[in-house]
Design a protein around this ligand. Sequence first.
Ligand SMILES: NC(=O)c1ccc[n+]([C@@H]2O[C@H](COP(=O)([O-])OP(=O)(O)OC[C@H]3O[C@@H](n4cnc5c(N)ncnc54)[C@H](OP(=O)(O)O)[C@@H]3O)[C@@H](O)[C@H]2O)c1
Length: 336
Amino acid sequence: MIRVAIIGATGYTASESIRILLNHPQTKITYLTALPQECAPITDIFPACRGRLDLPVEPVDLEKLADKADVALGCLPHKVAMDFVPDLLQAGVKVVDFSADYRIHDVDLYEKVYQVKHTDKERLSEAAFGLPELFRKSIVGATLVANPGCYPTAASLALAPLLQEKLIAPDDIIVNAVSGASGAGRKAALPFHFPEMNENLFAYAVGAHRHMPEIEQILTDFTNQKVQVLFQPHVVCMDRGIFESIYCYPLTNVTADQLAELYHTFYANEPFVRVLAKPPATKNVAYSNFCDIFPTVAKGKITVFSAIDNLVKGAAGQAVQNLNIISNIPETTGLI
Ligand SMILES: NC(=O)c1ccc[n+]([C@@H]2O[C@H](COP(=O)([O-])OP(=O)(O)OC[C@H]3O[C@@H](n4cnc5c(N)ncnc54)[C@H](OP(=O)(O)O)[C@@H]3O)[C@@H](O)[C@H]2O)c1
């Protein structure tokens, strides 16, 4: 059994990690932590755990962690995560970090985008980027995995085949994204208050979302060409799900059938990417680790639609996929 600790056990991605791990045949949740003022039995925090998981949520104690866990899932916000990760690694556990703190290789870019000094720069080069479909080899054997952002996961999986085949202009890509409200986390915030959110849809972070450089980094690293993306997120009144419509300028004539063949070949051995013959829908990926993709041609532009569950392939499911890889067990364990 792989013993798993969840650090930041009171949030949405933690709750989703618990849901997935309780159905995982080779893991056991052994330790849950949170800030002292939030500590309580997990069944009080998430009553859905009643009869399934009976553990206290406790303040982090590194000796206990070392004793009880092999892997820690860090479900903490960015800026907070880098205060915890060095100690977790020091305690001898492997870490899958959900935050952005170990995702961006360029520390100046990180500090500009996140408006904070990076306090653990030395470790940036050690962290494997946890998007298995594109960077699997570097995840195997890693002790620290930077789990990707939710929007970047959907966008990068949608764009990688086109960019690798040099079918589109790498500096003229528009990613138009819509997310459910759980993408903002569990903490109360006015825009997500029920009367504000209900029956509503709005754009935010115009031209400046923190995931834009992450998408560019992933695709630049994967294809060895400088990729530039205009990324525009929106929030819609649903709990979970990300839907992206992506518009690209073709560099060569290509038909929808040729695109379908390209994507089917590219993802032929990927258990969590489904290439569809029509646009995906968030309902069809909800609670699953799938990314559904439909590439096509419309009015001379290449258009790709991509859908994931932000809390699963966008966070906890992908983290378990990474946990499986670093634990040397089949990647799909507990996920299909
Ligand atoms: N939500 C998504 O769809 C999604 C997708 C991909 C990645 N992520 C990333 O995953 C991470 C967790 O997101 P989430 O949605 O689960 O957020 P969340 O629901 O707000 O949960 C965050 C957790 O971190 C704890 N925390 C906050 N500040 C802390 C501090 N100073 N010290 C210790 N613990 C602290 C919170 O405790 P309290 O109970 O005190 O608030 C809570 O347990 C973030 O980095 C996020 O960017 C989220």
